[in-house]
Design a protein around this ligand. Structure first.
Ligand code: ZN
Length: 511
C-alpha cells in the first residue's frame, strides 16, 4: 500500500472519547485510508509522531472567523490552533439574503465584529453570492448555519415588534433556502438587532423548518448570568414547541444555569452548549445600553445617542449595570482616538465625563465601532471549572478577529484548554477534552466525515506535542501563536508543517 502521507508512531486519540492508542495513520488524497500498524508501508511523505498526540482537526462551533480566514493578518490564526472546521453565522450574524439599504445597514451593523472588505464591495447579497465569496478561498472548512439576523431584517426590517403570520411564512421560505444550501442549524442572537424583537412563536416557527432537515436551534440567549433563567426558559420553550435539539452559545454553568439545564432535560429537551476557556467576554459596547437605545439601524442609534433627553433616560440603567473598570477596549474603528487596551474607566477619566456621557461619546466618536472585552467579576471565575466539566459542554472560541487588542480566545483557546484544563488542573482527561473539540461537535451538528479519525473520514488531522502544547496569546498581546501544534492537515493538505504555515485554501463548505 502506498500513502501520500504516513503519520507514524503517534498516540491516536480518535475524537470519540475512547482511550488513546499507539498507531500509524495513512492518508491518500483527502481521506484517511488506514489506521493501525502500517509498518513497511510506502509513503510520499512520512511524519514521525513518536511522543506526539494525533487527533482530528478541531471544530469551532462558535466563532466570528468566516471573513477573517479569507485574507488579512488573521487568515491562519484558527489553523495555528488546530481548528480545521468552523461553523458560520454565530449569533445569527450574516449578510444574506439582503437587498438594498438593508444590506448596507447590516454590513454597517456587523462591521464591528468582522473585517469585511470582501463584503463591502457588494450592494446586496443572495445566499449564492455569499457562498461564492468563500468558495475556493478557505484555508479550513466551513459548516453553514441559517442566520436569523438577515432573514428577519429582509422580511420585517428593523421594526421592534413581533412578526405577523405572513412574515413568519416568508421567513420560513428563506430558512428553507439556507437549509437547502447545506445549513445544519438555525442560529440566533437575541441580544442583537433586529433578532431581539422576535418571540417564541417566530423562533419556533422558523425552527420547525430546520427540524424537518434534522437541524439544531442555536441561541445566543436573551440573557446570561443574572438573566440566565429568562434566557434559558425561552430556549427550552423553543425546543418543546418546535421539537428540535437546542444548543446554547457561550454558556457558563453557574448555579442557576445548571438548574435550568437540569429542568430542560427533565422536560425532555435535548440540550448542548459551548464555552471558551477565559473569564472574560467580548462584544460591542452598544450591548451595554438599555434595549430602547439599541433598536433600529445604526443611524437611528446615533441620533438617539446625540440627544440629551435619551442620555438622561438611560443614565440610571448604565450606572447600575456597567462596571467601567471591568471593560477594556479591543477595537474602536479608524476615526476614533486609540483607546484600544484602555479601560472604559480610564477613557471616562480622560474625557472628564460621567459614565453615560462618556459611553455616548465613545460610541459617537467611534461611529458605534467600539468592541469591548468584559472581564468577569472575581466571584464568577470559578464557574469555568463546572462549565468545562459538564458532559453537555463542547469547546468554542467565540473569536473576533478585528482591532488592535482582540480577545485572546481567538488565538489561544484550544492549546489553552489542553495546557490548563487537561495537563495542569486535570479537570478533564486528554480524551475527554479532544472529544469536546471534535467528535462531540461533529455528532451534534451533523458534520459529515469529520471530527473522528477513522478510515474513509476526511483527512483533517492535528499532530501536537503534549509536552510543550500551550497558548501564548494574552489580553495585552493577543496575536501570538500557540506552541506545540506541529502539524495540521485539512482535507489531506499539509497546511501547518513543524509549526509553519503552507499558504493555501484547501477548505471546503459542507453542502
Ligand atoms: Zn454571542
Amino acid at each position: 500500500m502506498e500513502f501520500d502521507v504516513l503519520i507514524q508512531n503517534g498516540t491516536v486519540i480518535d475524537g470519540t472519547g475512547s482511550q488513546g492508542y499507539q498507531a500509524d495513520i495513512g492518508i491518500v488524497g483527502d481521506v484517511i485510508q488506514a489506521i493501525g500498524n502500517l509498518q513497511g508501508s510506502q509513503a510520499k511523505k512520512t511524519i514521525d509522531a513518536t511522543g506526539k498526540v494525533v487527533c482530528p482537526g478541531f471544530i469551532d462551533v462558535h466563532v466570528h472567523s468566516e471573513l477573517a480566514v479569507l485574507d488579512g493578518p488573521d487568515k491562519y490564526a484558527p489553523l495555528k490552533m488546530g481548528v480545521t472546521t468552523q461553523l458560520a453565522s454565530p449569533d445569527g450574524f450574516s449578510w444574506a439574503p439582503l437587498t438594498g439599504n438593508k444590506f448596507r445597514e447590516m454590513q454597517q451593523y456587523l462591521s464591528i465584529f468582522y473585517t469585511d472588505q470582501t463584503i463591502r464591495e457588494h450592494t446586496e447579497m443572495s445566499i449564492a453570492d455569499l457562498l461564492a465569496v468563500s468558495e475556493g478561498n478557505l484555508p479550513s472548512n466551513i459548516v453553514l448555519q441559517v442566520p436569523h439576523g438577515p432573514v428577519r431584517l429582509q422580511v420585517v426590517g428593523w421594526d421592534d415588534r413581533p412578526a405577523t403570520d405572513e412574515e413568519i411564512g416568508q421567513m420560513q421560505r428563506l430558512v428553507r433556502e439556507w437549509m437547502e444550501a447545506g445549513a445544519v442549524a438555525f442560529a440566533t442572537g437575541l441580544e442583537y438587532e433586529p433578532m431581539r424583537s422576535s418571540d417564541v412563536r417566530e423562533l419556533a416557527g422558523l425552527s420547525k423548518i430546520v427540524a424537518e432537515y434534522g437541524g439544531v436551534y442555536v441561541a445566543h440567549q436573551r440573557g446570561y448570568a443574572e438573566r440566565v433563567k429568562t434566557g434559558s426558559s425561552e430556549t427550552i420553550a423553543v425546543a418543546k414547541e418546535a421539537n428540535i435539539p437546542v444548543h446554547i452559545s457561550h454558556f457558563t454553568v453557574d448555579e442557576d444555569a445548571a438548574a435550568m439545564v437540569q429542568q430542560g432535560l427533565q422536560d425532555g429537551a435535548e440540550i448542548t452548549f459551548d464555552m471558551y476557556p477565559y473569564a472574560a467576554g467580548s462584544s460591542h459596547l452598544l450591548k451595554n445600553l438599555p434595549d430602547f437605545m439599541q433598536v433600529g439601524p445604526p443611524e437611528n442609534v446615533l441620533t438617539r445617542l446625540k440627544d440629551p433627553k435619551y442620555r438622561a433616560m438611560m443614565s440610571e440603567y448604565l450606572e447600575s449595570h456597567v462596571a467601567p473598570e471591568l471593560i477594556h477596549f479591543a477595537a474602536v474603528g479608524e476615526g476614533a482616538p486609540s483607546w484600544e487596551g484602555k479601560s472604559l474607566k480610564d477613557v471616562q477619566e480622560e474625557m472628564g465625563l460621567d459614565l453615560t456621557n462618556a459611553i455616548s461619546e465613545v460610541l459617537i466618536q467611534s461611529n458605534l465601532q467600539a468592541l469591548m472585552i468584559m472581564h468577569w467579576p472575581e466571584h464568577r471565575v470559578h464557574f469555568l471549572e463546572d462549565t468545562f466539566k459538564h458532559p453537555l459542554h463542547m469547546v468554542s472560541t467565540d473569536g473576533i478577529y478585528i482591532g488592535k487588542r482582540p480577545h485572546p480566545r481567538g488565538f489561544g483557546t484550544y492549546p489553552r484548554v489542553l495546557r490548563e484544563y487537561v495537563l495542569k488542573n486535570q479537570w478533564l482527561t486528554m480524551e475527554q477534552a479532544i472529544y469536546k473539540m471534535t467528535g462531540f461537535p461533529a455528532k451534534r451538528f451533523n458534520i459529515k466525515g469529520r471530527g473522528v479519525l477513522g478510515s474513509n473520514q476526511y483527512a483533517d488531522v492535528v499532530v501536537f506535542d503534549p509536552q510543550t502544547i500551550a497558548d501564548k496569546a494574552t489580553f495585552e498581546q493577543p496575536r501570538q501563536d500557540p506552541v506545540g501544534i506541529e502539524h495540521v492537515f485539512v482535507n489531506g493538505h499539509h497546511v501547518i508543517e513543524k509549526g509553519q504555515v503552507h499558504p493555501g485554501n484547501p477548505g471546503r463548505i459542507q453542502r
